[in-house]
Design a protein around this ligand. Sequence first.
Ligand SMILES: [Zn+2]
Length: 178
Amino acid sequence: MRCPFCHQDNDKVVDTRTSDDGFVVRRRRTCCACGKRFTTYERVETTQIRVIKRNGQRVPYDRQKLQQGLERACWKRSISDTQISTLIARVESDIDSMFETEVESQFIGERVMQYLRELDQVAFVRFASVYRHFQDANDFTQELTEMLEDPDDVLFTLKSFRNPPKLRFPKANKGKKT
Ligand SMILES: [Zn+2]
């Protein structure tokens, strides 16, 4: 391991211990060149993390599946492949920093929606409507109208989507623009 202070690749491990129920190995190291100490951590890779679905079932985290969902949501929008892979990397980084071995699918969905919303409102609605499909439709609709800058505009744009998600916006909000 290269020393973060002098960048020499010459160190020795002075202490090794596990934490987080044995899922993380922490190594205290001393640089033989400058004498400074630093710590490294070994943990399970995000790609090996398991996702807890709503029904309690555990499945391996599947980046491919997430990417396909995002590509579908971003269909014909001006969002590059790089932007999609950056978004996935941000979500994976969040998972990695907050969970060790298992993460609820809800957490992933919420993070994706958060980042997608910053990127493109239409893609966000597409993804959210698919993701929230099994949840209460009224809550979702209410939430959407509050989140979106212009729900009518988004609805109009959604007509270009191959399989437009079924969305119903409350009548009270119709035509109300700020
Ligand atoms: Zn050093």
